[in-house]
Design a protein around this ligand. Sequence first.
Ligand code: CUA
Length: 177
Amino acid sequence: MALTPPSERIWWRQPIAKIELIWIIVAFTWGLIMFFMMIYWHGAGKQNLSNEAYQIKPQAFAQKAQAMIDEYQVREESGFPVVRPPPGSDVYLIARLWQWWPILEFEKDQSYRLHLSSMDWQHGFSLQPVNINLSVQPGYEMIVTITPDVAGEYGVLCNEFCGIGHHNMVGKIYVVE
Ligand code: CUA
């Protein structure tokens, strides 16, 4: 019965059984291995993007995006500006109800700092078909350094339900040779 005190009052001073000690050592060692694997695999696994996140007001983010569009727009596609920013530069992609703005065009094998933020509420950046997924929040900008190495046309889907136009929230990124 749990209500009665143990017969040996100072049970924690009792010698531990050998098999129990072995299991504790095995579990602790495995925990350490898994912990350091998290750090190692972040780099070696090439699966997780290293990102930064900062607070930013939606209006301030929109201004930076607009400044980039004004400077580097190359054409227009069905009402969307297509922007080709120089390699190495800061690139802004706005998420809002219900579009990704603008369309971006990158050069293959060049690096860019991609900034993502939302103007209203939570959206999900899902780059297809490579399946890179990032959460996009209002009030914060997520920054990832990307180096596209395969030319083509990529889709940006919203994978966070954001209302009646969610399924239409489809953007585009070009990677050109
Ligand atoms: Cu934005 Cu769903």
